[in-house]
Design a protein around this ligand. Sequence first.
Ligand SMILES: *[C@@H]1O[C@H](CO)[C@@H](O)[C@H](O)[C@H]1NC(C)=O
Ligand SMILES: *[C@@H]1O[C@H](CO)[C@@H](O)[C@H](O)[C@H]1NC(C)=O
Ligand SMILES: *[C@@H]1O[C@H](CO)[C@@H](O)[C@H](O)[C@H]1NC(C)=O
Ligand SMILES: *[C@@H]1O[C@H](CO)[C@@H](O)[C@H](O)[C@H]1NC(C)=O
Length: 359
Amino acid sequence: MPSLLALLTAALLASWAPLPTEAGSWWSLAMNPVQRPEMFIIGAQPVCSQLPGLSPGQRKLCQLYQEHMAYIGEGAKTGIRECQHQFRQRRWNCSTVDNTSVFGRVMQIGSRETAFTYAVSAAGVVNAISRACREGELSTCGCSRTARPKDLPRDWLWGGCGDNVEYGYRFAKEFVDAREREKNFAKGSEEQGRVLMNLQNNEAGRRAVYKMADVACKCHGVSGSCSLKTCWLQLAEFRKVGDQLKEKYDSAAAVRVTRRGKLELVNSRFNPPTPEDLVYVDPSPDYCLRNDTTGSLGTQGRLCNKTSEGMDGCALMCCGRGYDQFKSVRVERCHCRFHWCCFVRCRKCAQTVDQFVCK
Ligand SMILES: *[C@@H]1O[C@H](CO)[C@@H](O)[C@H](O)[C@H]1NC(C)=O
Ligand SMILES: *[C@@H]1O[C@H](CO)[C@@H](O)[C@H](O)[C@H]1NC(C)=O
Ligand SMILES: *[C@@H]1O[C@H](CO)[C@@H](O)[C@H](O)[C@H]1NC(C)=O
Ligand SMILES: *[C@@H]1O[C@H](CO)[C@@H](O)[C@H](O)[C@H]1NC(C)=O
């Protein structure tokens, strides 16, 4: 017969059982500054074991490529910032909630938003590593060695030091996908479907950076005559990559895993996704209300636009709950005058503006 003490202990343990903790993610490299290479002690390993959120495979890569870690962190940060820009006017706004899981439980749902987040952060890593190579920050890569484009005019020189997107792409693939590749779920299981989804979206993000890198040129020659041009490969502005991936988000395809362990479209009338497309396996959770199970933060307290009919408008943003109005003071530069020569002097004007926040 179980003793009273045992029963009590069991009851206490049950009530104390913590919520299942979210797995850490390499995204956490964006939240905690990674030590720069010159601060590493040769042969010392603790750097990698102290970085939270890495999977075993990523930890090994960290040991092999320690000097890359700061740039992976930078790439993740760039990706997160871009995600927050693209979603600033939406119910889910890509906000970070902690330093280990970074986005919290919402990423456990294989939604469209999760798809975008994986893609844009993988893109951030390609971007950061490609640039670091060009800047000579990494010992394993240098300037791009892409072949001269065939359509480049014959008298233009090819040979400026370009962003190394080939290396950035390959390294990001190794590192970002490592976590997915080391999982071993049964073929056709839901978990395997999610792994395939992550891999597809990581790839779409990397390809966006790769494909959008373009030729840039500089003029030389006597007094700007531009008789001579030197050209090289250059990354696109990351904002453009974000815009492109946002379009992919809008056209993302709902997929499911087959018994054979492949993804297939839920609606077979659509074109199958290409490697550049985003896919998702789960419907989005309700982002209107706070829900600790799904990790949704809800839209209470979010600023909204009273006159907009879009997602940033109070009607949609507040999900019909209504909004509160308050006045806030905005200080702006005003009455600016040009002074000869050459500066502009402004005054500061305070303006009262109406603001609206969701109930
Ligand atoms: C996250 O990390 C940053 C930098 O290391 C630190 O300032 C901040 O307090 C941490 N936040 C939490 C919630 O632990
Ligand atoms: C939270 O979301 C889950 C899953 O959608 C749902 O079943 C549950 O009722 C929600 N909880 C609250 C408090 O809204
Ligand atoms: C994003 O949403 C969260 C939760 O509703 C809110 O706390 C945060 O202020 C929002 N961020 C921006 C930039 O609007
Ligand atoms: C609110 O939305 C309207 C209509 O879309 C727009 O013209 C206006 O600039 C927006 N106001 C703010 C403060 O964003």
